[in-house]
Design a protein around this ligand. Structure first.
Ligand SMILES: [Mg+2]
Length: 411
């Protein structure tokens, strides 16, 4: 029995372009490039497979794309639409298997457990995910799935076949299975590292895979090289962090804040404080939960998975979503208008080097960072109306100046 397939990595193919084609059937089967704005002086942030066939890819200038692929259509990026589909995709995947972490707007990873670690079961799950995405999200949306003994190789496996791939890398095939990959196909080998590898006489993957741990550490100039040594051998370094690591803050509300709006303001303040501690500890967060206790002992708890994040806007956006589900009445119909305590938990924390695994300095990493920047820009905009976190109806009269919020640092 093969027992080494511990992770399933899922990457949506040409995500932004596919969403556009899903949303607008007239674009299906056609060369399409998604651009930040409709001008010649920008570049594609995504290209449909029909455009990729002409060599157009992420980063291709609009005027070059037009020459390479006459008739290509440019679509201005619609981030709200991509986020909407992102949530639908998460829901669809979670109906098949729990998601361990969302790496970016179009990438997520799931830990396989027990019998799921066999090729047979893992393949069934992968096929079920593909079928569920087609059925519940859209027939145009395809994904590439990778199965492997660790997170790193699962991502490499997913990259091996696009679009609509399903690839497994087994422990016993390592590292020979990786010998045919160009150096730059390894996540974590960008321009700089490639240059240093070549200087060290490493001009193909076979030589790369034969390097000692010490030699890798030297090329990378950091512990990252040692991680790389372990990852390409199928060693799962993921046990080093776990669900047990968390950052939490709670606060008993002073009497003047015992309203739904008051509680939401305190929750935001706690959120800022927790996010600050997270960044200081060089950790990234994958799950947020909030807890509100009301007079009469009613307690509300809500949580969600999120893209690995450190930034306030993403947290505030997530908090807003969780808060929007705060019920107005308890099971007996009593009004829930007297909260007395609020707590925030950041859980499923990832050390910086694990986070970097998906975002390190290569073309793919850059692409992901660009996407993140775009999403952050959107969250930034969203934060402008964040003042109205609590239910609009109640929010009206007693606005409290932010500066009047009690100092929570004493805790
Ligand atoms: Mg993708």
């Amino acid at each position: 029995m093969e027992t080494a397939l511990k992770w399933l990595f899922l990457d949506l193919n040409s995500y932004f372009a596919s969403v556009e084609q899903q949303f607008n059937p007239r674009l299906r089967g056609k060369p399409v490039a998604v651009v930040p704005m409709l001008t010649d002086n920008t570049c594609a942030i995504a290209a449909s497979y029909q455009a990729k066939a002409f060599g157009v890819k992420t980063g291709t200038l609009v005027r070059d794309a037009r020459k390479m692929c006459p008739g290509i259509q440019f679509i201005e990026a619609n981030h709200d639409l991509y986020i909407e589909y992102h949530h639908k995709i998460i829901e669809a995947v979670e109906s098949c298997i729990p998601i361990t972490s969302v790496m970016s707007v179009d990438e997520m990873i799931c830990e396989l457990r027990g019998s799921e670690r066999t090729l047979e079961r893992a393949t069934e799950i992968a096929e079920l995910i593909k079928k569920t995405l087609r059925k519940k999200v859209g027939e145009v949306l395809t994904c590439s799935i990778g199965l492997a003994p660790n997170r790193y190789l699962a991502k490499i496996a997913a990259d091996m076949k696009k679009p609509d791939g399903l690839t497994a890398i087994f422990q016993h095939e390592l590292p020979a299975r990786l010998h045919s990959l160009p150096l730059r196909d390894f996540t974590g080998i960008g321009e700089q590292i490639e240059k240093r590898l070549r200087q060290a006489g490493v001009y193909n993957s076979e030589i790369l895979c034969s390097l000692s741990k010490e030699a890798m550490r030297q090329v990378w100039g950091s512990i990252q090289g040692e991680h790389f040594y372990q990852w390409i051998r199928g060693i799962d370094t993921d046990q080093s962090h776990g669900e047990n690591k968390s950052i939490s803050h709670s606060h008993v509300l002073p009497p003047e804040f015992r309203t739904r709006e008051g509680a939401s303001i305190i929750a935001q303040k706690l959120m800022h404080k927790a996010a600050y501690r997270l960044r200081k500890a060089k950790l990234w967060c994958r799950s947020l939960s909030v807890h509100v206790l009301f007079v009469g002992d009613y307690s509300f708890e809500n949580g969600m998975k999120m893209m690995e994040t450190q930034d306030n806007f993403s947290f505030l956006d997530a908090l807003q979503k969780l808060w929007s589900e705060l019920p107005k009445r308890d099971e007996q119909g009593g009004l829930l208008d007297r909260p007395i305590k609020v707590s925030i938990w950041l859980t499923d924390l990832v050390p910086e080097q694990e986070h970097n695994l998906s975002f390190f300095e290569n073309e793919k990493g850059l692409k992901v960072s660009q996407k993140l920047d775009e999403i952050n820009a959107r969250f930034g905009k969203g934060s402008l109306y964040f003042g109205g976190v609590s239910d609009a109806k109640e929010a009206a009269p007693n606005r409290i100046a932010f500066t009047a919020i009690p100092d929570l640092d004493a805790e």
